[in-house]
Design a protein around this ligand. Structure first.
Ligand SMILES: *Cc1c(COP(=O)(O)O)cnc(C)c1O
Length: 361
């Protein structure tokens, strides 16, 4: 399809073309049933099948053990910043947070409303250009949980290790890297995120929750945000975002067909290497993150000036390369190379970057 641009948006982001084509083909009549997914009764047999397949495919892709359950909720990862403490604090009045970027900072601030937040590590001192070291973490054995964000979408950094939390449940916001690599799910009490970065459209939030953490919600927890009720009703307490779950499900089927998370892990390295190598071999582009902390999903960099950054964004857009601006709190430029970004899209960006450098040094 020649009329589609390359989209490097951090979220909502580019979706696999075969997924969009499949949705288009069955938009009016899902699997020949004579109605669109958008028009289905969310408790009827047709949508039940869509939901069950999405959960089964998710479990298959990440080898999710029986100890964990998959929930679909609404309100984005942001709603989870409140839901996590409301559901997991139990009788503990405190939780540990690692602040390594924009969203973990917001998550910690939200949790402050419900408990004592202990920031056990932070990379704010050097403007989130690095990831705190594993050996510097001192989790409180009496905390309700340890929360961190595994891939920092805004600052382009990622954890290369899993924080050690002892017997305390580990909670991870994996919005911008879920299903880009294998994850040892049993090490986590909860993994959550918005689908719109790497595995679907906006509107649905995924949770992979250790079932032993159910039943601890605070009395004031809104029904909508209660994990236990959500689990009891199989994510159908009220009307779920049916079309978003369907699109997520199509993306999961695409992921399985493409070779799963091992293959995605290989591809993301291939993509990011092309761009990081180019930046490292250039005196025109400067990378934002320290080498050891670099994210494969979100690559943050800049040109010699803010004016040239603006010209870069504008010139790229005119050539069909969209959304290369940095997040407002980070500035500069950012290329998000999620699962659905092709090598063709990666090389197109690299070619453009070389050309822009030649014309503007
Ligand atoms: C985008 C993002 C969020 C916020 O997600 P919403 O779905 O918009 O609430 C939170 N955490 C991370 C890591 C993100 O990338």
């Amino acid at each position: 399809m020649t009329d589609r641009v390359f989209n490097y948006c951090a979220g909502p982001s580019t979706l696999p073309l075969p997924v969009l084509e499949k949705a288009k083909a069955e938009l009016l009549s899902w699997r020949g049933e004579g109605l669109s997914v958008m028009e289905m009764n969310h408790r009827g047999p047709l949508f039940s099948q869509i939901l069950a397949e999405a959960k089964a495919d998710f479990a298959k892709l990440l080898s999710i053990p029986d100890t964990h359950t998959i929930l679909f909720m609404q309100g984005g990862a942001t709603a989870q910043f409140a839901a996590v403490p409301m559901n997991l604090l139990g009788d503990k009045g405190k939780a540990d947070y690692i602040v390594s970027g924009n969203f973990s900072k917001i998550a910690a601030a939200e949790a402050e409303k419900y408990c004592k937040v202990n920031i056990i590590a932070s990379s704010a001192d050097r403007d989130f250009t690095y990831i705190p070291k594993a050996e510097d973490l001192r989790p409180d054995p009496d905390a309700a949980y340890v929360h961190y964000c595994s891939n920092n979408t805004v600052f382009g950094t990622a954890f290369s290790y899993i924080p050690e939390s002892g017997d305390v449940p580990l909670v991870a916001d994996m919005s911008s890297e879920i299903l880009s690599k294998p994850v040892p799910v049993s090490r986590y009490g909860l993994i959550y995120g918005g689908a719109q970065k790497n595995i679907g459209p906006a509107g649905v939030t995924f949770l992979i929750l250790d079932k032993s953490l159910l039943g601890k919600a605070m009395d004031i927890t809104p029904t909508q945000l209660n994990y236990t009720l959500t689990e009891e009703k199989d994510s159908l307490w009220n009307t779920p975002p049916t079309f978003s779950i369907y699109m997520l499900g199509l993306t999961l089927k695409w992921l399985i067909a493409e070779g799963g998370v091992e293959e995605m892990a290989k591809r993301k390295k291939e993509r990011s290497r092309v761009i990081y190598d180019l930046i490292d071999n250039s005196s025109f582009y400067t990378p934002r993150a320290e080498v050891s902390a670099r994210s494969d999903m979100n690559i943050c960099f800049k040109t010699p000036s803010a004016e040239l950054d603006q010209l870069f964004i504008k010139t790229a857009r005119a050539k069909g390369l969209f959304n290369l601006h940095g997040h407002k709190v980070a500035g500069g430029l950012r290329a998000s190379l999620y699962n659905a970004m092709t090598m063709e899209g990666t090389y197109a960006l690299a070619e453009f970057m070389k050309e822009f450098e030649r014309e503007n040094v």
